[in-house]
Design a protein around this ligand. Structure first.
Ligand SMILES: O=P(O)(O)OC[C@H]1O[C@@H](O)[C@H](O)[C@@H](O)[C@@H]1O
Length: 296
């Protein structure tokens, strides 16, 4: 039995079918579920919610939450070999340990940890310690540190599968990937982005390997941009299910697909991380918001 650390006044642990942390920092609010270390809400003060979480999502033990920031580890999707299950790895459906929560100026940092056990080793034969630092502030900073605590090299995928809230996906543009090669997972084709990505109601599922690009969602309906900037993260994914696929998804309300876009960052498949025994790798992402008349 793991004991709960003392929490600062600005952080509450709310028990439920799934326990969650409610953070009310001077600069921003957020919610983080212990299952999956899943951030489901973040809004800097005076901003509308930046993350999208489906009103039809299950919040049940062992089931992935639809929305927020699913943490994909140690494989992405069905894995590069396309035969892995559960989709996006086990980390998003496992309970993470709350290590600490601390106030730092006008922000709050929450630290969560996942280590291997019998169940994870049955799915992936490696010993590891994953530490996730979520800093809730004017921007949202996410740092995923993975240490190989086993005796053999380990290779893994990792991704922060961020669902951003948008006014209408048909009116947004995703900038930053112009000139970057991608594989279209829906069509099974490859290409190079020549323009910002736009959405017309069809499935968009593109993986951009080998890029460190900042990805900026411009949303005229909300009058704002949302930028994701990273360190040590070389893959980007852009996903929106579109009308037809969304219809078949039980955990997405009709038409909710119009109000979300996933701009994901990580190191997946060709960009997978390889760690020698005892080695550590840390991916960081910073999500920031600004008004469209300002610079992204
Ligand atoms: O339904 P899930 O497992 O959360 O995955 C959602 C999507 O996640 C995206 O990252 C993948 O590129 C898609 O192929 C996938 O459909």
């Amino acid at each position: 039995m793991v004991s709960t650390p003392d929490l600062p006044d600005r952080v509450r642990l709310v028990p439920g079918d799934l326990d969650r942390l409610v953070v009310d920092a001077p600069s921003a609010t957020a919610e983080i579920y212990l299952q999956g270390a899943h951030v489901t809400a973040w809004a800097p003060q005076s901003q509308a919610p930046v993350l999208f979480t489906s009103t039809a999502s299950a919040f049940q033990e062992g089931r992935a939450i639809r929305g927020g920031i699913p943490l994909c580890f140690p494989w992405f999707g069905p894995g590069e070999s396309r035969d892995r299950s559960p989709a996006h790895g086990f980390a998003r459906v496992r309970p993470w340990e709350l290590v600490e929560a601390v106030e730092e100026g006008d922000a709050v940092t929450v630290v969560l940890r996942l280590t291997d056990d019998e169940r994870t080793r049955a799915a992936w034969p490696h010993a590891f310690e994953a530490t996730y630092r979520v800093t809730v502030g004017q921007s949202l900073t996410l740092a995923l540190e993975v240490r190989n605590t086993g005796p053999v090299p380990a290779r893994y995928d990792e991704a922060l599968h961020t669902y951003l809230a948008v006014s209408d996906v048909a009116s947004i543009r995703v900038r930053g990937l112009e000139g970057v090669r991608f594989t279209d997972e829906a069509a099974g084709t490859e290409g190079t982005e020549s323009e910002p990505v736009t959405f017309d109601g069809a499935l968009v599922d593109r993986l951009y390997p080998g890029t460190d690009a900042d990805v900026v969602v411009e949303d005229p309906g909300h009058g704002r941009w949302i930028r994701t900037r990273t360190e040590r993260s070389h893959s980007r994914i852009v996903w929106n299910p579109g009308a037809e696929k969304a219809e078949a998804m039980a955990d997405l309300e009709t038409r909710e697909w119009r109000h979300m876009v996933c701009t994901e960052v990580g190191n997946v498949w060709a960009d997978a991380v390889e760690l020698a025994p005892g080695e550590t790798h840390t991916l960081t992402a910073e999500i920031a918001v600004g008004t469209l008349d300002g610079e992204a």
